[in-house]
Design a protein around this ligand. Structure first.
Ligand code: ATP
Length: 358
């Protein structure tokens, strides 16, 4: 039997609630779909930081190295600065394993209503690709003269030809695989005239190698308007680390809730394990209340299964999630009354009834 090694890092806030839901559903699915999951759970995160002063052990990346995939919850704690929790764990893994392609599909699932009036599933079906290794989150910068009136801080965005070219190639290739074969390249090259002009130039170079893909460019501010006013004009989208971070939160909200949106942090060359996580954060306001929406973590699990070569299981899980949403079994963020447990149990039942090849 095929066995996939999964490193589970539930971490903070609602992370453990939604990752537990995901692991329960994956367990039910694995039995039916003819593979096994060998799950190792890591208690890294803010609680560890309070105890030991670091979010993960020094040899954390070495511990994860042999996993086939990382299933990640969320980081953040009300009493610890966000940049410590984020850089100490999630970004340390994403950068350490050079997971340069951040993949974020957005669709309106059955039974879910978009806050955009009249917009249906046929109008909003996007794949947003975020550069995940450099740009505005490269980690370059510093602070001098701390606390003095002349204090200075720099936050340097880094754009490299290699970094832009590889995410552009990934984006055009993904666009070529989708039925509409259209890519929108998001920039801010009117104001940011070095890094993002390079971004534009490389987009045009890479486009030549993908004649089947039509493409256009959009400035990031105009892009927010286009997402709201003309969602059907978009298909595949590629943007920098910061721009796509913001645009994908908007995308998730337009598709119904941030609680349903998935992410894959991919190393396309498969030198390192890739990492799969819901888009949402730790959500302290609902932590421990049992009402966290597990759909983001479950949709994320389908991306992980696809990456592991389990396409049939991924499709069955997505169908099960859609069936449960369509039946109106949803958490309060989607206007429903179900708890995390109830949604999870309904998806497990749907998975058990799924028609799967052995
Ligand atoms: P981050 O900076 O890590 O993205 P954040 O604090 O900006 O985190 P979230 O933690 O994602 O944002 O929470 C934003 C809002 O969305 C909160 O009101 C939260 O309760 C809600 N939310 C996020 N995830 C879920 C979920 N899975 N189910 C229900 N509500 C959610």
């Amino acid at each position: 039997m095929r066995t996939h090694r999964i490193a589970a890092i539930p971490a903070d806030g609602i992370g453990p609630e939604v990752i537990d839901a995901g692991l329960e559903v994956l367990d039910a699915l694995a039995g039916r779909a003819g593979f096994a999951l060998d799950v190792t759970r890591y208690d890294w995160g803010s609680a560890r930081y309070r105890r030991l002063g670091t979010m993960m052990p020094q040899d954390g990346l070495a511990q994860l190295r042999s996993a086939d995939a990382i299933y990640f919850g969320a980081v953040g704690a009300p009493d610890i600065a966000d940049h410590i929790t984020l850089w100490g764990l999630r970004l340390a893994i994403a950068q350490g394993f050079d997971q340069y392609a951040n993949v974020r599909p957005t669709r309106i699932l059955p039974g879910i209503t978009s806050p955009l009036s009249g917009v249906t599933a046929a109008d909003l079906d996007w794949l947003i690709l975020r550069e995940n290794s450099e740009g505005e989150y490269a980690g370059q910068g510093g602070r001098s003269h701390r606390g003095l009136p002349e204090e200075v801080a720099t936050e340097v965005a880094i754009f490299t030809r290699a970094g832009i070219a590889r995410i552009m190639r990934y984006a055009f290739a993904e666009a070529a695989r989708r039925p509409r074969r259209h890519l929108t390249v998001v920039t801010k090259s009117n104001a940011q005239r070095y890094g993002l002009v390079l971004w534009d130039e490389i987009a045009a170079e890479v486009a030549d190698a993908f004649p089947s893909v039509t493409w256009d460019k959009e400035l990031v501010d105009a892009m927010t308007v286009r997402m709201v006013r003309r969602p059907a004009s978009l298909d595949t989208v590629v943007a920098t680390n910061l721009h796509a971070d913001i645009l994908t939160d908007l995308a998730a909200a337009l598709a119904g809730s941030i609680g349903i949106a998935p992410t894959a942090n991919i190393d396309p060359e498969r030198r390192f394990p890739s990492m799969f996580e819901p888009i949402h954060g730790a959500a302290f306001d609902i932590t421990g209340k049992g009402i966290a929406n597990p759909v983001g973590a479950l949709w994320t699990a389908t991306l992980m299964l696809e990456h592991l070569g389990e396409a049939a299981a991924a499709a069955a899980l997505m169908a099960a999630v859609e069936q449960v949403c369509a039946a109106g079994i949803t958490t309060p963020d989607l206007g429903g009354r179900a708890t995390t447990r109830e949604v999870t149990r309904a998806v497990v039942a749907a998975v058990r009834g799924a028609n799967l090849p052995d």
